[in-house]
Ligand binder design. Sequence first.
Ligand code: NAG
Ligand code: NAG
Ligand code: NAG
Ligand code: NAG
Length: 374
Amino acid sequence: MRCLRPLRTEVGLVVALGTFTLFFFFNLHMSPPTCPGLKEPPSTPLALVWPSPPPSRPLSSSCQANASMASLPDFAKQPQHIRNFLLYKHCRDFVLLQDVPPDKCAQPVFLLLVIKSSPSNYERRELVRRTWGHERQVHGFLVRRLFLVGTDPNPLEALKVNRLLAMEAQMHGDILQWDFYDSFFNLTLKQVLFLQWQETRCTNASFVLNGDDDVFAHTGNMVTYLQGHNPDHHLFVGHLIHNVGPIRFPWSKYYVPKVVMEDEHYPPYCGGGGFLLSRFTATALRRAARTLDLFPIDDVFMGMCLKREGLEPASHSGVRTAGVQVPSSRLSSFDPCYYRELLLVHRFLPYEMLLMWDALSQPNLSCGKRTQIY
Ligand SMILES: *[C@@H]1O[C@H](CO)[C@@H](O)[C@H](O)[C@H]1NC(C)=O
Ligand SMILES: *[C@@H]1O[C@H](CO)[C@@H](O)[C@H](O)[C@H]1NC(C)=O
Ligand SMILES: *[C@@H]1O[C@H](CO)[C@@H](O)[C@H](O)[C@H]1NC(C)=O
Ligand SMILES: *[C@@H]1O[C@H](CO)[C@@H](O)[C@H](O)[C@H]1NC(C)=O
């Protein structure tokens, strides 16, 4: 009988045992499997040791729900996530579970890549690290990277992914994790906590790219573009959205009822897939965020903060957070020749990032004739 390594055993079991596996999987992690009939040296613990439960919760942030929200008109009629938002929107202090090394910004950072990611989006983070988010000098300017994550609302899942994030933090030094539920309506909280963190830990970074983990950012083009700007002047550019307001259909992901916002108009803002800002503007946003109530949609909230400061977002045609419209039907929407001009494009699968990164990195990428394989 062959004794498989633990990981293999799991894979085999997943196939063989279906749902029962889940239960067994945990047991495997709790006590390293022994191989019947095989004499093994006393087993050293698995590299992935199941974490003991956190020490009697001093790590957990406790913020009480605001019970008087429940008396607002129509409160009871709202979907759960809206009610949660209203009950907890005053909570802004959360424990930092994972921090980046103190030397992250020790040398002058030119462009800080700040990427919002969900706890379990491991593959996305990994591909960003290997491609456009690689920490390096671009034309002699330092590019650094960090991911913003919360915690999984499901306690069992949180136990697993918190361990994963601890490993990633150790290995890559690029995880900022707070103890709040990582949900769509908590993205503003994530943004605000980052701005606060940055104030003491990386305030000197000249520029910040704020983006999602499913975008492809052309960091080289970004550095070239930003070189023409003064970090101590206002800069906030991306895919500009204006003349829109709250969506009042309860089935929409972006549903905002009147009990959250009466006004029918949003200020101009840049789509949250990715936008660039200067350190001047980061300071202004930080200042405004302190004085405003949190609004659940993070990119709109940035627009509100800009407005409060008397600043305006601007459009950059190289940021395509709504996807790309290729100019000609003979071009594939995945043609690297098209991307080589852009700053950022939304909605890339992890493997697509790798393909695009590789294609754009070819020194002899030849455009103008149809020789591409895509
Ligand atoms: C709780 O909600 C009420 C009603 O909206 C509001 O007036 C009050 O300021 C809130 N309290 C906190 C601590 O946010
Ligand atoms: C945001 O996170 C807090 C803390 O984990 C949680 O209590 C609240 O329900 C979350 N809000 C939403 C809208 O998910
Ligand atoms: C930021 O820059 C200022 C002025 O150049 C300097 O005095 C300060 O030490 C820097 N702060 C950090 C955290 O690097
Ligand atoms: C680019 O150059 C490399 C090495 O010189 C070669 O192997 C590759 O086929 C070339 N690619 C294209 C698209 O011409």
